[in-house]
Design a protein around this ligand. Structure first.
Ligand SMILES: [Zn+2]
Length: 444
């Protein structure tokens, strides 16, 4: 019977979005995605004999498990019967998967539900005691948070950073330990770290971070040794988009770009339902495409990169140019000054917005997203940025409608929730194979 064939079952998925690993990258699989996999006549599928991987029953089992876990997260508390109905999987398959998830502690049985005719199914929901430690690294400080499976921040703290990565990460792990001690009942599944740079997905090493300016250092190894937990690193823009895909629900969207605007400008591309990582994890470095070869020198060594005109630092520079004798202001202060009626602050932000819009044109021409999400502190002043960015983009749309441009739902906590999603998604996918249990904790 077709419904009992696991390779066919994945086509029956309804109203859910699952982010799973594909190779060393991440991919979202939605109902729309599965439909397109089968019916999309526009994409060209290439069989690469160097990378050929047959869809095994194991692959289907993992996908079905991710779907059930995602359905539980989206609709908890939910009964096994409803999971079977909503996933299209057979009841016995659902029961097996739920038992496995309970055994691995991802899911717990809760209260009894009520149904007509007196039947009372046992409902299942996520284990609220499972948490991840999420870290968001900026050039001068790091945010550290305890985040649960639903993306809730249970506690949060800041750690100052220095130019020395070993010292800096020691301050961060001290912060993690304090957090761990303050929540003894929580079971920590792993540590996700969002970085302002590119991470080689296979080696899990930071390979390009011009704003951080750290010398070569193995962050993953150091934190795993100190904390005795698996550590996953990811680029900050990717973490932001992952947070959107996981917690803000973007079902049906297959092509999107997230632009993270902070000290630099990072982007993450979702194309045909897959998060692009590219060779060495370097895909999406639009921030370092030169838009003015005679422009200022960038941390990457080139001149006039897009981020030098569109980052929060650029807005601060515009403000200094307009008020050379004024005080040096942080970006958040600049936003406040503009709201208080400071015309130079408003002009500086408008110029930054214009440059963000201009740069988006190259992104639109490259990957043609249906949705562009902007993340960063500037989203709190979207009434200033949104109209300027939209106008710049509309002025140069080549054909068809312009993409939807909107602020990231997640605001400043996007990177933290994305870093936690990294642990849960990769952890959920690799529970039986991650070397988490083999990491030996440094003697306490
Ligand atoms: Zn650059």
């Amino acid at each position: 019977m077709a419904r009992e064939n696991p390779t066919l079952m994945i086509c029956f998925v309804i109203s859910t979005s699952v982010v799973v690993m594909v190779g060393s990258g991440l991919s979202t699989l939605t109902r729309e995605g599965y439909r397109k996999l089968r019916h999309d006549r526009h994409g060209i599928r290439r069989i690469d004999l160097a990378e050929v991987q047959l869809a095994s029953s194991e692959t289907a089992r993992i996908i079905n498990r991710d779907i059930v876990l995602e359905l539980i997260r989206a609709s908890q508390p939910i009964s096994r019967a409803d999971l079977a109905r909503r996933s299209g999987l057979g009841r016995s398959t659902v029961s097996q998967i739920v038992e496995q998830l309970i055994g691995e502690d991802w899911v717990r049985e809760g209260a009894m539900g009520s149904l007509p005719r007196g039947r009372r199914p046992t409902m299942v929901g996520l284990n609220e005691d499972l948490v991840a430690i999420a870290v968001d690294i900026h050039p001068r400080q790091a945010s550290v948070a305890l985040v649960d499976l639903n993306g809730r921040l249970l506690s949060r703290s800041m750690a100052p950073l220095t130019s020395d990565p070993a010292d800096s990460m020691r301050l961060v792990t001290d912060c993690m330990r304090r957090m761990q001690r303050a929540a003894p009942r929580k079971s920590i599944k792993g540590i996700g770290i969002s970085l302002p740079g590119r991470v080689n997905p296979a080696k899990q090493r930071l390979i390009f971070a011009p704003n951080l300016k750290w010398p070569e250092f193995d962050i993953k190894k150091m934190v795993e040794t100190e904390m005795g937990l698996p550590v996953m690193l990811e680029n900050d823009a990717t973490a932001c988009l992952l947070a959107e895909l996981t917690f803000a629900r973007m079902d049906g969207i297959q092509d999107a770009v997230l632009v993270a605007v902070a000290e630099g400008v990072g982007t993450c591309v979702l194309a045909n339902g897959q998060l692009l990582s590219g060779h060495n994890g370097m895909a999406g470095e639009f921030g370092h495409i030169s838009v003015d070869p005679s422009g200022p020198r960038c941390g990457c060594g080139k001149n006039g990169c897009w981020e030098l005109f569109s980052s929060s630092r650029a807005a601060q520079r515009y403000y200094r140019e307009l008020r050379p004798k004024g005080p040096v202001v942080a970006f958040q202060e600049l936003l406040n000054l503009a709201e208080e009626g400071d015309s130079a602050a408003a002009q500086a932000l408008a110029k930054q917005a214009m440059w963000i819009g201009r740069g988006l044109r190259m992104i639109i021409a490259s990957v043609s997203p249906s949705t562009i999400l902007i993340a960063g502190d500037l989203t709190s002043a979207w009434h200033r940025f949104g109209p300027v960015i939209e106008k710049e983009v509309a002025d140069l749309t080549l054909a068809g409608s312009s993409p939807v441009i909107r602020p990231s739902h997640e605001g400043e906590i996007a990177r933290l929730r994305g870093a936690a999603a990294l642990v849960f998604q990769r952890g959920a996918r690799h529970t039986t194979s991650t070397p988490a249990a083999t990491i030996t904790k440094k003697s306490a």
